[in-house]
Design a protein around this ligand. Structure first.
Ligand SMILES: [Zn+2]
Length: 174
């Protein structure tokens, strides 16, 4: 999937989970934004990704270590390691556990949405090293764009209807 789709799906999924769990509007909004960042993380293995373009050191590291795009960073094993690290970091530095979890939820949505493209991901690594493609959707194709657009429409309608905006409106109206 394209970077903008990953960010949108990460935001919507994280926001929906926190909303369903009844977290405050503030925690849900911040968590959803962090989920969007988590949705970009696995593509750190791609120099041309949103994060890759922001980190000029990345092409050097990728070339030196011969890191394969959609390799280890796109496996559930890497997600588990990342989740454990995020949990330990949150406990160690006394951070909001929901914000750490938001990164992990976003990360998970990235692996799943790449798994439904025809290029697939290594879902069962290291037991089975081949890539699994759950559907034949093309990255950069019409479904990719439609999924991204749907995510951003959901985000905009949520913000417009959110209690936070209603609160701001009530403060400025006479
Ligand atoms: Zn990816």
């Amino acid at each position: 999937m394209m970077g903008f789709t990953h960010v949108g799906v990460g935001i919507v999924t994280t926001g929906m989970i926190w909303e369903a769990m009844g977290l405050s509007g503030y925690t849900t909004l911040i968590g959803a934004a962090i989920g969007g960042v988590g949705g970009m993380l696995p593509d750190i293995d791609d120099c041309n990704s949103i994060l890759g373009r922001q980190l000029p050191i990345l092409p050097l590291v990728i070339n030196a270590l011969r890191i394969e795009h959609r390799g280890f960073t796109h496996t559930p094993v890497c997600l588990l390691i990342f989740t454990a690290a995020a949990y330990i970091a949150a406990i160690t530095w006394n951070l909001n556990i929901f914000y750490a979890a938001s990164l992990c939820v976003g990360y998970a949505t990235h692996i799943l949405t790449d798994a439904i493209t025809r290029e697939g991901v290594r879902l069962f690594w290291p037991f089975f090293k081949g890539r699994i493609a759950l559907t034949g959707i093309r990255t950069g194709g019409i479904v990719d764009y439609a999924l991204g657009a749907a995510a951003y429409i959901a985000i905009i309608s949520y913000i417009v209807n959110s209690h936070i905006l209603q609160h701001i409106r009530s403060q400025i109206s006479f």
